[in-house]
Design a protein around this ligand. Sequence first.
Ligand code: SF4
Length: 212
Amino acid sequence: MLKINEIFHSIQGESTYVGNPTVFIRTTACNLRCTYCDTKYSYYEGQHISQEDLLKRVHQHGAPYVCLTGGEPLLQKEVLPLMTALCDHGYRVSLETSGSKSCREVDPRVKIILDVKTPDSGAADSFLMENLENISALTEFKFVICSERDLDWSENFCRQHDLFKNFVVLYSPSFDVIEPQWLSEQILQRKTAARLQLQLHKYIWSPRLRGV
Ligand code: SF4
């Protein structure tokens, strides 16, 4: 059984899967407390659901993409066989994780979105470095930028670990903290290979699209 905060059908707002109709499975609990967290409601609330029932509910929505998000999905080991079962059923599966827990046992067919925490998140030391050795080329790195300091830090992290050469790197302005225009200018001025990512769902979100 997995403790699930919510399941809903919406438009993917992030990663290179952006824009795709997607079923989101939000797991309960997180080991971090980021300053800008917009899903605090996932820390404790949820209900226990079996893998079989989760597969049925995903199927009912009829979308080809499934995204495991949180909270921190990797806190519950049952998420690993669930992702494998979803891949076996032909879904394109993505996993949003902070990278603070090991990704070693994640099915290689899953696109992992590693949301590396920057200094202004308050959780900059949470990334598990061994994850850099256990990921496939499908993996994407995301950095939520809250300040110039965060941008400097992210640039250093990416260059130090050769991320620009081997992976998609996404810079996302912290919503209502950093202007997308400022971040766009910085990306151009710095000649960085990162891609600008706006959180599309925050522009289109509607209560009509959600439902557990
Ligand atoms: S990792 Fe995600 S869910 Fe957890 S505190 Fe940070 S933003 Fe919130």
